[in-house]
Ligand binder design. Structure first.
Ligand code: AHR
Length: 514
């Protein structure tokens, strides 16, 4: 009897242990790389919205906050560390009501306007074209300017391109020189409107496609400058908009099409950025993973109309959208940023990497103080969010060769739905080093992951990094900036052909191999 009880106790415990163990297996096909992960997937977005530009980036030359020609030094220094490849500006919805000529010349003479989209505040145009180009030069990043289709004219857009990029004698180059810039700038990425099915003019797809051709025709290539013109594309899985555009415009006029998708629980009930339970977290995850299906659908249409893959898919707005922080202006979209944001950021970036055959750019919304920001500021104070640390960790993938992956992962299930527990991408850099970024989205359970590194020469252990924290809703504050940061991670074994790693619950990991 005693023996039977002991045996029963043992069986029950073994079962509990077995039930608790989760395992995934991954094959990295190192020799089958064919696509490059464009560094532009790690792009940023800064709109004249809330305190993204004013306060977050631009403080003016007379500010007591340390600045270079009016641009905050602390924000620039933090962003330089993560090598941001491009910066989209001035919107968003703001782009289609922005008149660039209001933002040049002596600042005290620039007209003021109402920012009707974002809080109805006064926009004094003190941050305009020259200030933005200075910011890009300070950041060592490529500008991505979005022109006004909704309320602007073909002439206005065409003159902006001329003002920025023409080296000869013309009215616009003369004006630029009078405003202090002798030599033209180089501009590659040029957006022709934003969300033109909505805030950018409420157009039909047919009407926009026709207009796109008019606007894009007069966005000229001056001298050696070559524009990469990007059409205002669809939202989510609206393939009708994509199809209409591609049927009507080809790659001579359009080098990219944008796609927007926000991870939102419910547009009328977005939920708090910091006060949420596991079910809310799970809903955010489900919505986050949906982007992969949207990309698949859009890419199918692009493959049909652009089989030579000459037009890039540019996910130039994406990220988590929650309720604004209590007590802040609802029009300013200021939200805190937790480990949950870091996890969905890493999932999105892995998804974009894996689709880099067609996805050539992505821009998280937005860089500072708005939506899923990398940086939050308050007067002279600045804090880096958990999302920032994901960009820091993932920069190893910039312009590296994508490694195709096969994966078998258990799912993380709740409320009758499921998502894969492990999410991954991998790349080989120009020095032949392999980097793997892995996410365990399950907040309750660690997972054992076995990676078979096939098609590579002998590998050896390099380094590991991890982002995690005690709670899913841990976040960084001005007083406690280190609640969610990245740290060294050593809990993995490497043989000449494999990696074995135990990923803690709710964590993001980078493994570097030599
Ligand atoms: O990023 C905030 C807004 O979201 C952008 O201005 C607009 O393009 C989108 O709807």
């Amino acid at each position: 009897m005693k023996k039977a009880i002991i045996l029963l106790f043992f069986v029950i415990n073994v079962n509990v242990i077995v039930a608790q163990k989760a395992a995934a297996s991954i094959v990295l096909n190192v020799d089958l790389s064919k696509d490059t992960i464009s560094r532009h997937i790690y792009g940023q977005f800064s709109e004249h919205l809330g305190s993204c530009i004013y306060g977050g980036i631009w403080v003016g030359e007379n500010s007591t906050i340390p600045n270079t020609r009016g641009i905050r030094n602390d924000v620039v220094a933090a962003l330089r560390k993560i090598n941001i490849p491009n910066l989209r500006w001035p919107g968003g919805c703001f782009a289609d009501e922005y008149h660039w000529m209001d933002g040049i010349g002596p600042r005290d003479k620039r007209p003021k306007m109402i920012n009707t989209h974002w809080g109805g505040v006064v926009e004094d145009n003190s941050f305009g074209t020259h200030e933005f180009m200075d910011l890009c030069e300070q950041l060592n990043t490529e500008p991505y300017i979005c022109g006004n289709v909704g309320s602007g004219s073909v002439e206005e857009m065409s003159k902006w391109v001329e003002y920025l990029t023409f080296d000869g004698e013309s009215p616009m180059s003369k004006l630029r020189k009078e405003n202090g810039r002798e030599k033209p700038w180089k501009i590659k990425f040029w957006g022709v409107g934003n969300e033109n099915w909505g805030c950018g003019g409420n157009m039909s797809a047919e009407f926009y496609a026709d207009n796109y051709k008019r606007y894009a025709t007069y966005c000229r290539n001056y001298g050696s400058n070559r524009l990469f013109r990007i059409a205002g594309g669809p939202y989510g899985d609206d393939v009708k908009w994509m199809e209409t555009l591609l049927k009507n415009v080809n790659s001579t006029l359009m080098q990219g099409v944008s796609l927007h998708y926000y991870t939102v629980r419910d547009w009328s009930k977005k939920g708090s950025a910091t006060d949420f339970n596991e079910s809310d977290y799970f809903t955010t995850l489900v919505k986050c993973f949906e982007i992969d299906n949207h990309l698949a659908k859009q890419i199918t249409i692009m493959d049909k109309y652009d089989p030579k893959n000459e037009i890039g898919l540019m996910v130039d707005e994406w990220g988590n959208w929650f309720d604004v922080e209590p007590g802040t202006n609802p029009g300013f979209l200021y939200q805190q940023n937790t480990l949950r944001d870091a996890i969905t950021c890493a999932v999105n970036l892995n998804i974009f990497n894996n689709r880099s055959g067609r996805v050539k750019m992505a821009n998280i919304a937005q860089m500072v103080n708005v939506l899923q920001a990398l940086i939050l500021t308050d007067g002279p104070k600045m804090v880096l969010t958990p999302t920032y640390y994901v960009y820091e960790m993932f920069k190893v993938h910039h312009d590296a060769a994508l490694i195709p992956i096969n994966m078998k992962s258990p799912s993380y299930q709740l409320d009758g739905k499921s998502v894969p527990m492990v999410n991954v991408s991998a790349s080989k850099d120009k020095n032949g080093k392999v980097h793997i970024t892995l996410v365990n989205v399950n907040p309750n359970q660690e997972i054992q992951v076995e990676c078979d590194i096939r098609g590579a020469d002998k590998i050896s252990k390099g380094f590991g990094r991890i982002i995690t924290s005690k709670e899913l809703n841990s976040f960084n504050t001005f007083d406690k900036p280190d609640n969610v940061v990245s740290a060294d991670f050593n809990n993995f074994e490497v043989t000449s052909k494999s990696v074995s790693v135990k990923i803690p619950a709710k964590s993001i990991i980078l493994i570097g191999l030599n």
